[in-house]
Design a protein around this ligand. Structure first.
Ligand code: DX5
Ligand code: ZN
Length: 218
């Protein structure tokens, strides 16, 4: 599995050093958790914009932008300037299939990969119709809104079912999982079929980023 480190809970006074340390520790992606205070009660938009500026100045490691926002187009526009590798938006923030298709095309127009994320209680079947058009599905294994939460066990089946569907359709859509991933739960999601794991607190709170990331990748 590849690792996308979430910098959501990195303190401002540590962010520059942490970016350098995570680069040396060989994180595969930097995961930027953008919350608008409407889709989620937390609002991280100012902090994540600043962190995205730093990432752009400091590292070439791909940026994995997770939009937990209501006004999706506004945030696609504001993050395009950082040339992210991927932008993921939430299915639950869209009012129609047409709106989903519109954002998929809009993100692709900017040479950026596109992901769709679903919250724990959203049935995975709802994403199937979009699979041929997107690069990645982000399965939330916690309720979006904060780091440091506990992995939600029932999401394992969603990963298994999604993997089966992707194989059945002979697609190469990636499965990314997000929330409560650590050295124990990473085994569950890996066996279930995840290609990328977002990890925040289990890395950021560890004393040796390189060791933790290498164990998570095993
Ligand atoms: C939650 C975010 C996750 C979170 C992961 O809304 O989307 O990316 O920061 O953090 P941990 O790994 O601590 O659950
Ligand atoms: Zn996230």
């Amino acid at each position: 599995m590849e690792i996308s480190t979430s910098i959501l809970n990195v303190k401002k006074e540590n962010i520059i050093q942490t970016i350098y340390d995570l680069e040396v520790a060989k994180t595969d992606y930097f995961h930027v958790d953008v919350m608008d205070g409407r889709f989620t009660k937390n609002d991280t938009s100012e902090k994540m914009r600043l962190y995205a500026e730093y990432l752009n100045q400091i590292t070439n490691i791909p940026m994995d932008v997770h939009l937990m926002v209501t006004n999706i187009k506004e945030y696609i526009d504001s993050y395009n300037i950082f040339n992210p590798n991927i932008i993921t938006f939430h299915l639950e923030a869209c009012k129609s299939d047409e709106e989903v298709e519109k954002y998929i095309e809009y993100i692709k127009e900017n040479n950026c990969k596109v992901g769709i994320s679903i919250k724990p209680e959203t049935p995975v079947e709802k994403i199937y119709k979009f699979l041929p058009k997107i690069n990645l599905v982000l399965i939330m294994t916690v309720e979006p809104g904060s780091g440091g939460q506990k992995f939600i066990e029932y999401t394992e089946n969603k990963i298994v079912n999604l993997k089966n569907k992707i194989e059945e359709l002979k697609l190469d859509t990636l499965i990314e999982v997000d929330g409560g991933i650590n050295l124990e739960t990473k085994e569950i999601v890996k066996q279930a079929g995840a290609d990328i794991a977002v990890v925040g607190s289990a890395i950021i709170n560890s004393k040796d980023f390189r060791y933790t990331i290498s164990k998570l990748k095993e």
